[in-house]
Design a protein around this ligand. Structure first.
Ligand code: BJ8
Length: 420
């Protein structure tokens, strides 16, 4: 499909966009098509990525006749509220190295690549998702993001959610107020009042998406795992921008196929089982998974925002009789159950990682931080201590989106796997 006309209408810099999009098929081939893979239901997810700046963008443009398209960079932004006003939430990817030099024209080089790529994507006018959104919701999590919003707000309309630093009673209260304020702001801005019914429906939809992902991840507890880590990462990444209901159905279908494959599998496998944890890995950042899985191990689970943190707990609907009850449950689910390193202390994450290691029979942890992601890099020390105490080997790697460190990364990861 030729998307030139559509991209032009969005104000895309067509020449620069061509360079960006030309690099993707090669990378995709290297990471996905060159490996063995026998799950039929994955073809949907592969086709979504192959057409990344096509059909979905068109759908979002069409959606704008019915409701807003809203962007975000963080899993603390509650999708339920956006769906309840008839909107669509798009997680802006910011995972491509292509955008980093554009970002570095504006912000310091020693910032994490996610922030630089996010700013670069907007500045270079090469991301159709960034061009299509009516509003970007930011959140005061890490310092880099907080300050990035000030720059991005000159290029796109923004709403910022304030975040507590502690999960104390006052922190929980602050977040409850923030969730309510977001709701009031969106209702007013888009003249779409949120009723109890519309919010309940939205909660059920997002809960169903989380449950489907949970079902898929459960199958990875089998040995051998029926689905590779890199394929599961891709599936989760797509959840950030695909249509929620369609995506849920496709994940359910894939999970069912994985369950059947696991049941009928009589072969055993002596591959080491790896947990990847740390900073989020957004499309098309597949680097660490690719290196681990082409070094002879299986990534069986990710404790990060493009892994279990994205879907792990549902919003409770029990005893919810009014919109206010649901808003409180939404705020509780997000603040209590997402263990981002921006919180201090963040001891729940230590417990969560140990539990995951046990449930998924993990042999070793790869702690992957994005370069200059200070919060996750510092927190690695806490996790290292906990892992050591529990005799779980762990390696810490720090990387950006470029491929210049691929050789070094491979050498370290191969040595780590060999010693497990
Ligand atoms: S809930 S991890 S999505 S804030 S990688 S920009 S932390 S310097 S993305 Fe995150 Fe929400 Fe937390 Fe998850 Fe800063 Fe680190 Fe960059 Fe990061």
């Amino acid at each position: 499909m030729d998307n030139t006309k559509m991209h032009k209408s969005l104000g895309i810099d067509l020449k620069a966009h061509d360079t960006l999009i030309r690099a993707l098929p090669e990378l995709f081939k290297e990471c996905f098509l060159n490996k063995e893979q026998d799950l039929k239901s994955l073809s949907y997810f592969y086709s979504v990525v192959a057409d990344i700046h096509g059909t979905r963008v068109k759908e979002l443009i069409e959606h704008k006749n019915k409701g807003p398209v809203i962007g975000s960079f963080c899993i603390y932004v509650p999708e339920e509220i956006i769906l309840a006003i008839g909107g669509q939430l798009v997680g802006l990817c910011a995972g491509a190295d292509f955008w980093v030099p554009y970002g570095e024209q504006i912000v310091p080089k020693n910032l994490c690549p996610l922030i630089k790529a996010g700013i670069g994507a907007k500045f270079s006018k090469t991301c159709p998702y960034f061009q299509v959104i009516d509003l970007l919701i930011g959140e005061n999590t890490c310092d880099g993001k907080k300050k990035a919003w000030e720059i991005l707000s000159d290029m796109v309309e923004m709403y910022i959610m304030d975040m507590p630093n502690k999960k104390s009673n006052s922190g929980l209260k602050l977040w409850q107020e923030e969730v309510k304020s977001l709701c009031n702001f969106l209702e007013k801005k888009f003249s779409k009042p949120i009723s109890f019914d519309s919010l309940l429906k939205a909660v059920q939809k997002v809960n169903a998406k989380r449950s489907a992902l949970n079902r898929l991840y459960e199958t990875r507890k089998n040995s051998p795992t029926p689905i590779s880590g890199i394929d599961t990462l891709l599936v989760t990444q797509i959840g950030f921008y695909d249509d929620t209901e369609r995506y849920t159905k496709m994940v359910e279908t894939l999970a069912k196929e994985c369950e059947e494959k696991a049941l009928s599998n009589s072969k055993s496998n002596d591959k080491k089982r790896i947990l990847v944890t740390g900073s989020p890995m957004v499309v098309p950042n597949w680097k660490v998974h690719h290196v681990i899985e082409t070094s002879g191990a299986d990534v069986v689970v990710e404790e990060n925002c493009t892994g279990t943190r994205y879907f792990k707990d549902n919003v409770s609907i029990e005893n919810s009789l009014a919109k206010e009850d649901l808003l409180k449950n939404i705020s509780d689910r997000y603040i209590r159950n997402i263990n981002c390193a921006c919180f201090s202390p963040n001891t729940d994450r230590e417990e969560e990682i140990l539990k995951i290691c046990k449930d998924y029979k993990v042999d070793g942890i790869v702690y992957a931080s994005l370069s200059f992601c200070t919060t996750y890099m510092i927190e690695a020390e806490k996790i290292r201590k906990v892992a050591k105490k529990n005799n779980i080997p762990m390696i810490t790697v720090e990387s950006d989106y470029s491929f210049s460190d691929l050789g070094q990364l491979r050498t370290r990861i191969e040595a780590f796997i060999e010693n497990l």
